[in-house]
Design a protein around this ligand. Sequence first.
Ligand code: 5HU
Length: 144
Amino acid sequence: MNIYFCGSIRGGRQDVKIYQKIVQKLQTYGQVLSHDDVSEKGEDAVSGGDEAIYDRDMEWLAQSDVVVAEVTQPSFGVGYEIGQAMAMKKPILCLFRPSSGRVLSAMIQRAEGKLGRPFFQVRDYEEEDVEGVMENYFGELTKI
Ligand SMILES: O=c1[nH]c(=O)n([C@H]2C[C@H](O)[C@@H](COP(=O)(O)O)O2)cc1CO
């Protein structure tokens, strides 16, 4: 299974430790298609620049069987990828931490009803529960 992971880069890297935890867990379900650099800096210096990043990520999105997005830290890129993945009719799991004090965009929160479960889901979670949330999701996904 190819899994595309979305997480904020230029939107802010505050949650990078949580992204690393999510990616580690996703690797137990399949191949994770995501930029290698889940460090604080991001991958600004990638050769080929922004166009290469865009083309690579759209290709990976097209190749993915499922998309997992951490949406707590707002990011234009993550929102864009979610919209593209919806247009491609990929199953999408959005993970949001209410304890951040943020309120999730209505455009993500209310997209849930539009493709129908289990194709678009938003799950609220706490950091210590994130592995269990993914176990539930992937358990249900394999039954479709
Ligand atoms: O360097 C990058 N590499 C990269 O893969 N992306 C993609 C993957 C992330 O899920 C998303 C992050 O978007 P943003 O940088 O607007 O927060 O965009 C985005 C950037 C920088 O915008």
